[in-house]
Design a protein around this ligand. Structure first.
Ligand SMILES: Nc1ncnc2c1ncn2[C@@H]1O[C@H](COP(=O)(O)OP(=O)(O)O)[C@@H](O)[C@H]1O
Ligand SMILES: [Mg+2]
Length: 277
């Protein structure tokens, strides 16, 4: 169910978890024969990650370059924000959510550029999103962590996009930003210990460190010293030797008591740290 996005969407539908309409299709001929209004989203059922395996079909011409087989199509969601909730559940059935985070995506790479914790949403949205995450965790009889990626639509609804049963990119900032990190929470959950306090200590902003677009080769990190001069900037590199356009090479977490200041520092990080070859 986690490997196969088709099975996952079907599970959500069967379990009345709100999600966008979709169709499971086997091949391109089937795609040519449906008449869904464009644009819509095509996703490979398996082996997609970091936006690879997701594309928007905007026109008849796009069908030519569409994935060949074993995919689904989804209605394009006109969202206000993308949000994510990480929920933990232990064997006793205790559940706890991390505060909602909001994500800003890179327009072409389909990859998170900025993630802000906690999200700026109403209490009602926060509660609704948490309830959905908890409902999924309980229906799956989950033990451990589950990250639930959601869309907050312009009319205030929540639709679940996808989920991942593990420590997640949208929880990296909990290491520095929250009382308990997602990694500690995972251990507490699987060892059936009381779950930790998930409250935020600061506003935290996570910036993915991506390979610059026109460089492939031995990675060089430019601008590191300027980052390290700042307060509340934590650099996490993944030790990948080779950089490629948009390859996820690491992330930086920025924390601050002040939300605007945290975002300002994160933008500085993004503009300053460059992975070249
Ligand atoms: N139905 C949809 N409507 C609008 N945007 C979508 C839709 N599905 C995916 N996207 C966009 O593409 C991104 C990647 O899709 P996702 O299914 O999360 O794949 P991945 O496994 O690569 O994370 C999403 O975070 C979102 O920005
Ligand atoms: Mg995703």
């Amino acid at each position: 169910m986690i490997r196969d996005k088709g099975v996952q969407k079907q599970w959500m539908k069967d379990n009345e978890i709100p999600t966008s309409d979709f169709l499971l299709l086997e091949n391109k001929t089937e795609l040519e024969n449906i008449n869904w209004s464009m644009p819509y989203v095509q996703k490979s059922r398996k082996d997609g990650y970091d936006g690879k395996g997701v594309q928007i079909i905007r026109s008849k011409e796009d069908i030519n370059i569409a994935f060949e087989k074993d995919f689904l199509i989804e209605r394009m969601v006109d969202f206000e924000k993308e949000i994510s909730v990480i929920v933990a559940r232990n064997k006793n059935g205790e559940v706890k959510c991390f505060p909602l985070v909001e994500m800003d995506f890179h327009p072409t790479a389909n990859l998170v550029e900025f993630l802000i914790s906690p999200a700026e949403v109403s209490n009602y949205t926060e509660m609704k999103a948490e309830n959905i995450a908890i409902e999924i965790a309980e229906k799956l009889d989950l033990v451990g962590l589950l990250a639930v990626e959601m869309f907050l639509t312009k009319d205030g609804n929540i639709l679940v996009n996808e989920m991942a049963p593990r420590p997640h990119n949208s929880g990296h900032q909990t290491i520095e930003g929250n009382i308990t990190s997602q990694f500690e929470q995972h251990l507490r959950a699987i060892f059936n210990q009381p779950l930790g306090d998930t409250s935020s200590k600061f506003t935290s902003v996570m910036v993915n460190v991506l390979g610059e677009e026109s460089y492939t080769g031995d990675a060089i990190y430019k601008g590191m010293e300027e980052l390290l001069e700042l307060s509340g900037v934590y650099v996490h590199l993944y030790g990948k030797k080779i950089t490629k356009p948009f390859r996820k090479m690491g992330h930086v977490t920025v924390v601050d008591d002040n939300r605007e200041e945290a975002i300002r520092k994160a933008k500085f990080v993004k503009n300053t740290l460059k992975v070249i070859a």
